[in-house]
Every structure is written in C-alpha cells, then in structure tokens.
Design a protein around this ligand. Structure first.
Ligand code: FUC
Length: 740
C-alpha cells in the first residue's frame, strides 16, 4: 500500500500558520517559501524570558489550616479569597518561551515564478520550495539536522550564476549585538535573563559571497548553503564559541554528507511505524484537501498524513537532550506567546507525550523525564515552604527552570497539586512498554517523593476519606447555594490520579524490592481514597458532591481521567462506569464541549477506549475540520500542538490498545476504515505489533517481543494466548474475525 508522505502547497505561506515546520528537537524553523524573499522563522528551545526566581508564597503554610477549615465549613468564597492572597506565586507569573528571530533572504532580479511547489517530506524531514522562473529552475531545501545540530538551507538553480541575494538574521526586540564574526559568518545575540547567540555561516558555489554589516551578500552564485545554529547561556558558558564550532563542523562536512546523515538519523525513528488506509492518495495540495474535507468530502489519506505528521512533529521537537515539547512544540513566533508557550501540566504537556510509547518513539519521551528532574529540587522546596510537607509537588504550570510554585492569580486551575503525580505515571508507562528496570530504578526516588508529598498533604474529610485540600477539578467551576465555586475538598480526578500513582508505586516497589514499608503505607492510603461515583444525571461525578457544573460543556473532562489516560474505567472491567463515562461525554458534547483542539483529541482517545470506532472517527473528522490550521498544526485556537499529539495517540489506540497482559486489536475500528495496515506499534509488555485488515476484519497480526511475554490477544470474539521468548515473532493469520 502507498503511504501519504508529503504536505504540499502551490503557493508561499501568507502567514505563520501556513508555514512548514522543521526541527531537530533543540531548534525549530518555519519555512514560508516566498519567491522573491524567503522568511524562515527560527526557534531554540532555551530562549526564554528570564532567570529562575523563588516564587513560593511565604504565607501559604500559615494560611493552609485556615483555608482547609473554611472549605470544611462550606465557606467557599472566603477560602478562595484567602488562597488568592496566600497561595498565589510571588510574583504571579513564570517565564515565557520566545522566538529566536527570523532569517530573511531577499533575492535580486528574480522573475515571476511558475510551477511553484512548497512541500514538507515526512519520509526525509526536508522542507522544499521549487519553481521555474525566467525559464530556469530554482530549488531550496531546508532541514534541521540533529546529528549536525544545525538548520541547513540549500539554494540551487540551473541558471548559471543565476542566484543573487542578501540575507540576514533579525530579531525585532531584545537584540543587543548583530554583525559579522568572520568573512562568512554573521550573528545576532541578546536575550533577557537567558543570553542567546544565533549564528549563520554561508558557503557560495561560483560567484561571490561577502559579509557586509549584518548581511551576507551573495552575487551570481549557482548554489549556496546557509548553516544556522544557536546556543544560550542556559546550557553553555560561551554560546558564541559553541555556535562557531558547530558551524565549522557543518561547513567542513559539507551539505551532501550533512543531508545524508540527517535522513539516516531521522529515518531511524520515523520508519519504525507505517500506517496506511487502502484508498489513500490524493494529488491535491494539503490546504485544498482540508477545505474539501470541511465541505464533506471523505479523505482517508489526510488522516493517514495527520498521523504520520504527528510522529514527525514529536521527532522534530523532542529529542534526547532537548527541552520537552512545550505548548507549541518548539515553534513559536512571539515574544509573549499565548499562555507563554510554556508547560501547562494539568493535561497539555502530558498529552504531548501520549504518542511517545505506543507510536514507538520512547527516546522522544526522555526530555519529559529530564524536565521532571529539573522540577525535583524546586518541587521539594515548594512542598516544604508552602505546605510544610515532605516530598515533591508542582502546580498547573512549569517553565524552563522547572518552577513549581503556582502560576496565575486565582483561576479555576492554579492551586492544583497533582501534576507531579500524573508525570510519575509516565515513568511507569515507559517501563510498562519497554520493560526497562534500570530506568524505573533511576526514577524511583521521584515516584517515592511524589507519594511522600501526599502522605503529608492528604487530610480526612467528614466521611473519613483521604482527600486533597484545597484542590480544584481542572478547570471547571460548580454551583453551590446559588454561587459559583472552584476550590474544594477532593475531586474525582485527584482520587483517580492518586489511585493510579499509588498502584504504580506499589508495583514499582515490588519490582525493585525497595521501600516496602512505605509501599504498605501507600496501600493503606489508597484504600481510603474516595471512589469514583455516578451522579444524578447518570454521568461520572466531577466533584465528591453531586454539584452542577458551572460550564456543562467545559473543555476539560478531568473526571474521565480514569477512562483515559488512566485505566481504571473500561468497558471490559467496569461496564457500569464505562456507560456513565459515555453519558458524561454525551452531556459535555451536547453543551459544546470539544471546542478546543486538545479537548477534541482527548475525546477521540475516550472513544477509542470505549471501543466506539465510528464515534472516534467522527471526532477525528471534527478535529481536522474545525481545529486544524493549513499547515496541519492543531488550532486551540490559536496554534497549540497538544491536539496533534493527542490525536496521533488516539489513532494508534483505535487500532491497538494494551494492558500489562492483554492486547486489544482493532477495538475502535471505524466503519469508514474498512481496510488498512499499521506496523511497528508498541504494546505494553515489550511487544511490537503490526496488523492488516480488510472488509473491517483482521487478516493478520504479528507480534515481536523485546523481552519474554505472556498474555492474551483479543480481537472481537477471537482470542489468542501469546507466549513469546525474547526476540521471538509470532504471526497470527485470522480469516473470520468480526472486530468491534
Ligand atoms: C489550559 C487549558 C486551555 C489552554 C491552556 C494552555 O489552561 O484549559 O484551554 O490549553 O491550558
């Protein structure tokens, strides 16, 4: 079967949301592809607005007992007022991610273009611009190489000596110095708090190149290469020296070698997974396809492309050694971007990493764990200073410094202490997929300290249950006695996360043979957590009391955590709760829920978990129609990358889902996808899974074990006992399996 491999357009990008992204984890670039002038907007993941500050509110600890008492007494607004003074970070805001700047290329004497094409090849991770002008061909290639640590731009023409242009790096604000550092290299530098250098070296073939002022000027060349890199004081003492070393190596190696090594490196990750829906393939530009989809035309190939693009984006913005994918991955055009383009950790950052394991990119998960380590010391300080607790805590946002104090003055999200617990489930998930005990051992102290915080912080409510107080159910409000409230004693999502954290901790303690006494205490705490309950409207209750929601169509569906990404609710194990989750979804959607890209992506995952293929497909269509920009970036609005990653994971989950000892195949196969294949998907227990299906039925599945496996494969009414030794593969040929 053919695979969709390109995003392409027949005109240059008129704005940023049309430009095409490349990235090597640490650096990103957005290619506009103009004919007479090119703009390439640049990012480096550590260009942020300032340094670390201790923002822990010194009055939190004193006020905490009073806030708790007010909540117990039902005096919600008073508890909220005191929290606003005593719990809010001092100062209120964390740092913001920022653009690095732009590369501009102005071409001289370039005639009008014909046969224009701007594309992004997902098979090679190369953005290209090509056209004919004045009877000659012109081509530009832009790639972000991880091995060479540069963004490389290659310009060629078959017009002898036909390329003349000038080029420079620009950053409108906060640029302290610019100019040439040598006869072939120019740079810009600046930054608030974190100092950056971005440097560009040029190589001309034929013709001439000179550095003048802050420009590199090319005259009458037949080909030119530009190498760009950047470094900041976040990682290096002398960013300029690092940039010069990187650029020297790139020039010494030359473009052909750099290109070849880039493709090899990228394909090492990308080619592990292939997804194809039989009828795919269209010869229309991507923006046109999106438009036709909005008009109701089916386009299975676009879904295939969207999935492949999701993996491409994760590979491009999250590599070992880089910072984790932020709200915009690594691509950000602003000095003060929406929500600072930092890490919102009450779902958005977590969602960025939903595809990492199942889509066979465990390496790309690593920056998240590095960042958790960055948050660790700060989180211990926040626990101690704000709450007088041991262990490790963070609130609903963090920044480049791993800041763990609350962000924002009172919003329905700010004083939520569950994000570290949620991140620890990613540690366990990585272990479940890979079986890597060393990784688990290295990160066990984070899990231990996450639990330790709750050993000190949980309190008993009037029913003797252990609850988080104060807390919020992100990010909804409830009605109580004619007034709206946010703060509460315990909420469903918190209990669900804690159930999963405590289970994971107990399992890890057993696997590693460590902290067994504490694990017993954790088990006792787990037994006293409030259970998930069903409310009077037939849905899952969001709070421990059956409050009415202030926003019944709220984008957050926090109380369905146990359905996804958690696993305590499933149609197989808890059919009654699965029905209640369906009812919750129905109610939220009937009030306009799913209106942000990430919220819609979460819904697709819920539908996949519930085994509802057609519903999953419907919501994927809605995401593409209503929350997708011309360059296929997710549109919150504005651009926010979590929806891309959430939906990529969801597509995988529609086809393969797993628990420690069960694998479900084609559990949510939509009737619109009668035939297809997917290869290289990972399942818990260390399996790599490939499938083909036709007429809505599984034909063949193969399983390769990276370590000994023993479990059951389930597809519709068919079951298979699977026992594999390390390295072994089993092929299951199924001829008459009705799935769904
Ligand atoms: C949370 C969400 C918003 C947005 C922001 C970055 O606050 O509720 O929709 O995604 O994070």
């Amino acid at each position: 079967m053919q695979r969709e491999s390109q995003l392409w357009y027949n005109k240059p990008a008129s704005q940023w949301n049309h430009a095409l992204p490349v990235g090597n984890g640490r650096m990103g670039a957005m290619v506009f592809g103009g004919v007479h002038s090119e703009r390439i907007q640049l990012n480096e993941d550590s260009v942020w607005s300032g340094g670390y500050r201790d923002r822990n509110n010194p009055d939190a600890k004193t006020a905490l007992p009073q806030i708790r008492q007010l909540l117990k007494d039902g005096k919600i607004s008073q508890a909220e007022e005191l929290s606003r003074y005593a719990l809010t970070g001092t100062p209120e805001y964390q740092r913001a991610y920022q653009t690095l700047g732009d590369l501009f290329i102005n071409f001289q004497n370039m005639p009008e273009a014909a046969d224009y094409r701007r594309s992004l090849c997902l098979g090679e991770a190369i953005a290209a611009v090509s056209f004919t002008a004045g009877g000659h061909q012109y081509r530009r290639e832009v790639l972000a190489s991880a091995p060479a640590d540069v963004i490389a731009i290659r310009l060629t023409t078959n017009n002898p000596a036909g390329l003349s242009f000038d080029t420079r790096l620009v950053r409108n604000r906060l640029c302290e110095t610019t100019g040439a550092v040598s006869k072939d290299t120019i740079y810009i530098s600046g930054g608030e708090g974190i100092k950056f250098v971005c440097a560009m070296a040029g190589v001309a073939e034929g013709g001439e190149m000179t550095a003048i002022g802050e420009y590199l000027v090319f005259r009458g060349v037949s080909a030119a290469t530009l190498y760009i890199t950047a470094a900041t004081s976040f990682r290096f003492d002398n960013p300029m020296r690092i940039c010069q070393e990187i650029l020297q190596n790139a020039k010494d190696g030359g473009f052909p070698k750099l290109r070849e090594e880039h493709i090899k490196d990228y394909q090492g990750l990308e080619s592990r997974v292939a997804f194809s829906l039989a009828k795919a393939d269209s010869n229309l530009p991507t923006d046109k396809r999106l438009e036709l989809l909005r008009q109701g035309q089916a386009d299975l190939g676009l879904m295939e492309l969207y999935f492949r693009y999701g993996r491409y984006l994760l590979i491009s913005c999250s590599r070992p050694g880089s910072l984790p994918a932020n709200l915009q991955g690594v691509w950000c055009n602003d000095f003060l971007p929406p929500w600072d383009s930092k890490y919102t950790i009450n779902i958005n950052t977590q969602m960025n990493y939903w595809p990492a394991e199942i889509c066979n990119l465990p390496e790309c998960h690593m920056p998240l764990f590095d960042h958790l380590r960055r948050m660790y010391r700060n989180g211990q300080e926040t626990a101690r200073k704000m709450y007088g607790a041991r262990g490790f805590v963070a609130h609903h946002n963090t920044d480049i410094w791993g800041d763990t104090a609350p962000q924002d003055t009172y919003t329905p999200a700010t004083y939520w202490v569950m994000s570290v617990a949620w991140f620890c489930l990613h540690i366990f998930e990585h272990y479940e997929y890979t079986g890597d005990k060393n990784f688990l051992a290295q990160n066990f102290e984070l899990m231990t300290d996450a639990c330790l915080f709750f050993a000190d912080f949980l309190i008993e409510n009037a029913s003797g249950q252990l609850v988080v107080s104060p807390t919020v159910s992100p990010e909804n409000r409830y009605w109580l006695d004619g007034a709206q409230g946010t703060l509460c004693e315990g909420c469903t999502m918190d209990s669900q996360i804690l159930h999963e954290l405590f289970n994971a901790f107990e399992a890890t303690s057993q696997i590693l043979g460590k902290e067994q006494a504490f694990a017993a205490q954790v088990a006792t705490m787990r037994a006293k957590l409030p259970p998930t309950s069903i409310g009077k409207n037939g849905g899952i209750m969001e709070w421990l009391q059956d409050h009415e929601e202030a926003e019944p169509g709220h984008r957050h569906m926090s109380h369905l955590f146990a359905l996804f990404p958690g696993s305590m609710i499933s149609p197989e194990a808890t059919p009654e709760f699965a029905d209640a989750a369906r009812q919750t979804l129905k109610l939220r959607l009937s009030h306009g829920g799913g209106h942000t890209g990430w919220s819609r992506a979460w819904i697709i995952n819920f539908r996949a978990r519930l085994g509802e293929g057609d519903e999953a497909h419907f919501n994927l269509l809605e995401l593409l129609k209503n929350s997708t920009l011309p360059n296929l970036f997710d549109d919150h609005p504005p651009f926010q990358i979590d929806g891309n990653f959430g939906a990529t994971a969801a597509i995988a989950h529609m086809l393969v889902q797993s628990t420690a000892d069960k694998i479900y195949l084609l559990k949510a196969l939509p009737s619109e996808w009668p035939a297809g294949e997917i290869s290289g998907i990972r399942a818990k227990g260390g399996l790599t899974v490939s499938l083909t299906w036709a007429d809505g039925k599984l034909e063949k599945a193969s399983f390769t074990a990276s370590h000994p496996y023993c479990g059951v494969v389930i597809c519709g009414d068919k079951q298979l006992e699977l026992k594999l030794n390390e390295g072994e593969t089993f092929e299951w040929i199924v001829l008459s399996c009705e799935c769904n």
